[in-house]
Write a protein that binds this ligand. Structure first.
Ligand SMILES: CCCCCC/C=C/CC(=O)SCCNC(=O)CCNC(=O)[C@H](O)C(C)(C)COP(=O)(O)OP(=O)(O)OC[C@H]1O[C@@H](n2cnc3c(N)ncnc32)[C@H](O)[C@@H]1OP(=O)(O)O
Length: 725
């Protein structure tokens, strides 16, 4: 709704639709009614539009896009109605003015913002473009370069920047509403023509065409298959080429293309999925609604290797005082230097810099080799390397030293949380916090509860994720948890494809064309092949503990590829050694080129094992890699390791480079259709009966059999009928 009130000469229209004053049909109708009322009332000389509860508006009601024509049809004309008013209209922007909310403000003749307000046109992040004339008004107001940047990236800008760009006329530190009413009174009677953005020309840029060509190339490079950025660009370009009305027509056409592209649906699903995972629950009945977090006033990080350094940086950025601990002075000094380097770099990106982060202050960041300094911390994150014995030794020590209530977190990507917890006297306070590298950059935090982990511990870890500006996803304990467990069959298929005749660059290209930021072989070279090698040796899959006589390409009765082990035996660990699946310009180099040595090695390997080389097309690469990953996802859901497909999708989008415009693996499966996914898996598992990852999971079969229900209904089939799976 929007509430209409008349003060003296200024009528106030207050957008009201908690929590973010999204522009539903009802809100738009009330806004339109309010404008008409003000127009008809001769005692009203000006209008002020604001939002309830300190928020202007977060834009169109995203949930209303299922009835897009009705909502879309309504917003543009309302913005025009505002602009054409014969009485000055002032927008009082508090909190956020985003998307359609900012478009409403752009229709107003004046904009005044609170200094803490944020503005943006984030439609592109939802697979759309600003479809209420925003792509035509914004370039007229702030110029093409700044408008293109805002519209094609969707970034939110602070009020201070908005003022510099000329997006708002004034910013205030006190009462925005009173300031807006004062401004409205002041401008009564002044000519409105110059304030109507639709009447303004688009400011000229020297050599506009060359500028636009360059901007388009940049947009395409960054979009990686996502349509919206390019169509946003086209809408802005229309503003530079056509009169306002024609530009608006073009904007509407492009909006319709996006609306029916499927990508918009995927991105909107991803938006809500990210919010849905905050409402965590465990099969034991613990949940976000009843568990309260405990405060974290001081934390500790153990281990200053790559992960520990990123975690320390992340905690400092979140303003959490901490102790950083290493085993000896040599490693401590190395770690301290690396952390300081990261923090200096982060500080340079921030307004206020090093002073804001305050990392030179030992009360906020203390480096030590003394475990005793961990006595009074509220939370410890252990980030030493993946070795169960070492982790258990540390947790045993922690349970003796740390105060009784301290939360003990382990940063592990696969190890058993219960076994680590068994080394302590407080398993209820032990939890897995799987950070992704680089830990101060990557948004995902996989939070793993063990058999004894308390609801308070989960709530505290989730609260930590929020403080670190990360997306926390709560999952159960199994080898590899959710993310890596789904990754194993994907990577396994990629390697099997090499055995059968493909090449690393062909597999990577297929998956990068699908939208992954980086294919599995480039990723493996980046992460280091030795990491997996060590883990496989620990599991007895390779190395000295492998029983004599074990067939080269079989382990425990299943197909196994020794290719990654063989590469490691040749000292090919990836980027760090200058060679892995690819060749690099030097050790530590980043430019991957196909390596003739590797191709020759693969060919000899196939000869040795009597494998007939065949051509493998892109379709097979995608289906085998993606469907095996998805198949594991269904097994994870059936086991109750994650409480819904949204969890898996949020993990993949934020931790594994899954293209967001495809909505995550489980959403993608729902768009392909479960019967098709099942049929393909059946075909491939018949061809490769010794690969369990290709054998369709019982839950997938069930869902296909009951008629491919929509994703949001999947879990209900599990709870009702799991006994029959
Ligand atoms: C043919 C012409 C057609 C023209 C059609 C006009 C087109 C207009 C396009 C748009 O306006 S699209 C919407 C653009 N706006 C956005 O993308 C903003 C999205 N929201 C946010 O970024 C954030 O929510 C926020 C506003 C910055 C607030 O962040 P905060 O972290 O404080 O809270 P959240 O947990 O994110 O949100 C709270 C709650 O509100 C729900 N919500 C937020 N925005 C919207 C919205 N625009 N529509 C509906 N619901 C919204 C959010 O889902 C949360 O609720 P939940 O129940 O927890 O999910």
């Amino acid at each position: 709704m929007a509430q209409y009130a008349r003060g003296s000469a200024v009528a106030v229209i207050r957008l009201r639709n908690p929590p973010v004053n999204a522009l539903s049909r009802a809100v738009l109708q009330a806004l339109e009614d309010g404008l008409k009322k003000a127009d008809a009332d001769p005692s009203v000389k000006a209008v002020m539009i604001c939002g309830e509860n300190g928020k202007f508006s977060a834009g169109a009601d995203i949930r209303g896009f299922s009835a897009p024509k009705r909502l879309g049809g309504a917003l543009g004309p309302v913005v025009s109605l505002i602009e054409s008013s014969e009485k000055p209209v002032v927008a009082a922007i508090e909190g956020v003015a985003l998307g359609g909310g900012l478009e409403v403000a752009l229709g107003c003749h004046y904009r005044i913002a609170h200094v803490k307000a944020r503005m943006g046109l984030p439609e592109v992040t939802l697979g759309l473009l600003p479809g209420a004339e925003g792509t035509q008004r914004l370039p007229r107001l702030i110029g093409v370069p700044a408008a293109l940047d805002m519209i094609t990236t969707g970034k939110h800008i602070p009020a201070t920047e908005a003022l510099k760009l000329g997006l708002v006329d004034e910013i205030v530190e006190e009462n925005t509403i009173e300031a807006a009413i004062r401004l409205a009174n002041k401008v009564i009677g002044q000519p409105l023509g110059p304030r109507r953005l639709s009447l303004k020309p688009v400011p000229k840029v020297p050599n506009m065409e060359a500028f636009l060509d360059e901007a388009l190339a940049k947009v395409k490079r960054q979009a990686r298959g996502c349509l919206a950025p390019e169509l946003c660009f086209q809408a802005v370009r229309a503003a530079t080429q056509s009169p306002f009305a024609d530009g608006v027509r073009r904007e509407r056409e492009l909006f319709q293309v996006l609306l029916s592209s499927g990508q918009a649906q995927a991105l909107q699903y991803a938006f809500f999925a990210e919010r849905a995972v905050r409402r965590w629950a465990t099969p034991g009945g613990a949940s976000w609604s009843s568990a309260a977090p405990q405060p974290v006033r001081r934390a500790a990080v153990i281990g200053l290797g790559t992960m520990g350094r990123g975690i320390v940086t992340s905690l400092v950025k979140a303003n959490i005082p901490l102790v950083a601990l290493e085993q000896d002075l040599e490693n401590l000094n190395k770690g301290r230097k690396a952390v300081m380097f990261l923090l200096e770099r982060e500080a340079m990106k921030m307004e206020g810099g090093a002073q804001v982060l305050d990392f030179h202050n030992p009360a906020r960041l203390q480096f030590t080799v003394d475990f005793d300094l961990l006595r009074d911390v509220d939370l410890v994150i252990e980030a030493v390397f993946e070795n169960m014995a070492l982790k258990k030794e540390i947790f045993h020590k922690l349970s003796k030293i740390c105060k009784p209530g301290a939360l003990l977190c382990t940063n592990t990507s696969a190890l058993n949380i219960d076994e680590i917890a068994s080394a302590t006297n407080r398993p209820q306070q032990v939890i897995g916090t799987h950070f992704f590298s680089p830990a101060h950059v990557m948004r995902l935090l996989e939070i793993i509860y063990g058999r004894h982990t308390s609801p308070t511990a989960i709530a505290t870890a989730m609260q930590l994720a929020t403080a670190l500006k990360k997306v926390g996803v709560v999952v159960g304990n199994c080898f590899g948890f959710v993310g890596n467990r789904m990754m194993f069959p994907y990577v396994q298929q990629a390697v099997f494809l090499l055995e059968e005749g493909s090449r690393p660059d062909a597999v990577d290209q297929a998956l990068e064309d699908f939208g992954f930021k980086i294919g599995p072989f480039r990723m493996s070279d980046l992460a280091g092949l030795d990491v997996g090698w060590r883990s496989r040796k620990d599991q007895g899959l390779t190395g000295p503990s492998l029983p004599a006589g074990t067939p080269a390409r079989q382990r425990r009765g299943q197909r196994y590829s020794p290719l990654p082990d063989l590469l490691c035996e040749h000292g090919r660990f990836g980027q760090k050694t200058g060679k892995g699946w690819y060749l690099y310009e030097k050790a530590g180099g980043r430019t991957a080129t196909p390596d003739p040595w590797l191709l020759n090695f693969l060919s000899q390997y196939r000869d040795t094992h009597g494998i007939q080389t065949r051509f493998i097309d892109q379709e097979e690469i995608l289906e085998r890699c993606l469907f095996s990953l998805i198949n594991e996802g269904f097994a994870i859901l059936a086991e109750g390791i994650a409480s819904g497909p949204e969890h898996l999708d949020v993990i993949y989008i934020n931790g594994y480079g899954w293209p967001k415009h495809r909505g995550g693996p489980m959403f993608y499966a729902s768009t392909v259709g479960l019967p098709r996914v099942l049929a393909k898996l059946q075909k491939y598992s018949e061809a490769h009966p010794d690969v369990p990852g290709l054998q369709p999971s019982a839950f997938l079969k069930k869902l296909a059999a009951v008629g491919n229900p929509p994703l949001k209904e999947w879990m209900s089939y599990l709870s009702q009928q799991s006994s029959k799976l």
